[in-house]
Design a protein around this ligand. Structure first.
Ligand code: FES
Ligand SMILES: [Fe+2]
Length: 359
């Protein structure tokens, strides 16, 4: 059966290792100390090093013979020394000494490793993965993560799936089926079905997705009859504080989804590690100040931290880790958000490819 919407094969035009000309979260500030930390982002191995002035990021491949610099030592002020033959690099990526070749070696000044721009804000380290000059952090990072003291919680997890299914999941219609048994939805009037609407954002950097219509708590389906079969308690419509986002999620370049809940903003930022693994940053934040901020924080720790950030996300993880993303697919009305998002993504991937081709 054809449903008249086809964009599935755009999947092959999407960058399996992510878009490059963007800022991405690398980790929490407290993870990065003086000791080198090696981390793979978008297929690139990077070593993060903290100096008194801040965190620096260098390619984690020694240009001599490919040893990871993250296994090296910090023997001299402001440098990292490769553990293999002792080539030593400063924070600009320049080789300043080749210990194995002696003080007269011609290597220093001639060899360098790539560096990546880094910024640290609100306890999070951000890295710019592009080849071009970095744009301001606020071009890519949503304002709710940059405002002072706005972040309530940040969880970082590694999921065994590509970044594409991990982000598409937040704007499809699975809530009404897959999360039906969760505490988060247990005492809510969860609809039997939904109709999804999606609009590209005015700045062309994302897609707003919302429920345009919702079915009744129970409905009668041809062939099978009543669904859900039993859940009388949903008719009570008791609502737990902070349950249910306010009908709108936004997919945003390069790889994040934002959703506004009554008392918290949620951001899921999926950062590709390689084609089959993704590091996911789950942010809870609030725009409120004073007493309202305190109430929102309390509500988060009493309710959302376990019902949403733990149980719902564990359910999600099981779904997309089990999904075969590149299997033939039959998209339908409720996938309209995903269809528009894939178009925005493919257009951006094409612009990046063109930029690279033009040098
Ligand atoms: S591989 Fe790094 S110094 Fe030889
Ligand atoms: Fe979900």
């Amino acid at each position: 059966m054809s449903v008249g919407i086809s964009a599935s094969d755009l999947r092959h035009a999407l960058p399996a290792l992510g878009l490059r000309e963007f800022w991405y979260p690398a980790g929490r500030s407290k993870e990065f100390g003086r000791r080198p930390v090696g981390r793979k982002l978008l297929g690139a191995d990077i070593v993060f090093l903290r100096e008194p002035g801040g965190v620096h990021a260098l390619s984690d491949r020694c240009p001599h013979r490919g040893m990871p610099l993250s296994c090296g030592d910090r023997r001299f002020e402001g440098t990292i020394t490769c553990p293999y033959h002792g080539w030593t690099f400063n924070m600009h990526g320049e080789c300043v000494a080749a210990l194995n070749e002696g003080p007269e070696s011609p290597i220093p000044g001639k060899v360098r490793v790539r560096t990546y721009p880094v910024e640290e804000r609100n306890g999070v380290v951000w890295v710019f993965m592009g080849d071009g000059p970095p744009k301001p952090l606020s071009d890519d990072v949503p304002e709710e993560l940059l405002a002072g003291r706005s972040i309530i919680d940040l969880r970082v997890a590694v999921w065994k799936c590509g970044w594409l299914p991990a982000i598409e999941n937040l704007v499809d219609s699975h809530d009404v089926i897959a999360h039906r048994t969760s505490a988060f939805y247990l005492f809510r009037k969860l609809p039997s079905w939904v109709k999804v609407g999606a609009t590209e954002t005015a700045d062309g950097k994302g897609v707003d997705v919302r429920y345009e219509a919702m079915g009744p708590v129970h409905d009668i389906y041809p062939n099978i009859g009543r669904w859900p079969r039993r859940s009388w308690y949903r008719r009570l419509g008791m609502s737990s504080p902070n349950s249910g986002h306010q009908g709108l999620s936004q997919l945003r370049l390069p790889s994040l989804v934002r959703a506004a809940f009554p008392r918290m903003n949620y951001v899921r930022w999926t950062v590709p590690i390689d084609e089959k693994t993704v590091r996911v940053f789950l942010f809870a934040s609030t725009n409120a100040t004073g007493l309202a901020a305190l109430r929102n924080r309390l509500s988060y720790w009493l309710w959302m931290s376990w019902s949403f950030m733990t149980q719902i996300l564990n359910q999600d993880q099981r779904l997309f880790e089990g999904q075969d993303y590149f299997a033939p697919e039959q998209l339908s009305q409720t996938d309209v958000g995903i269809i528009k998002w894939r178009r925005v993504l493919a257009a951006c991937a094409q612009r990046e490819a063109q930029q690279r081709a033009n040098g």
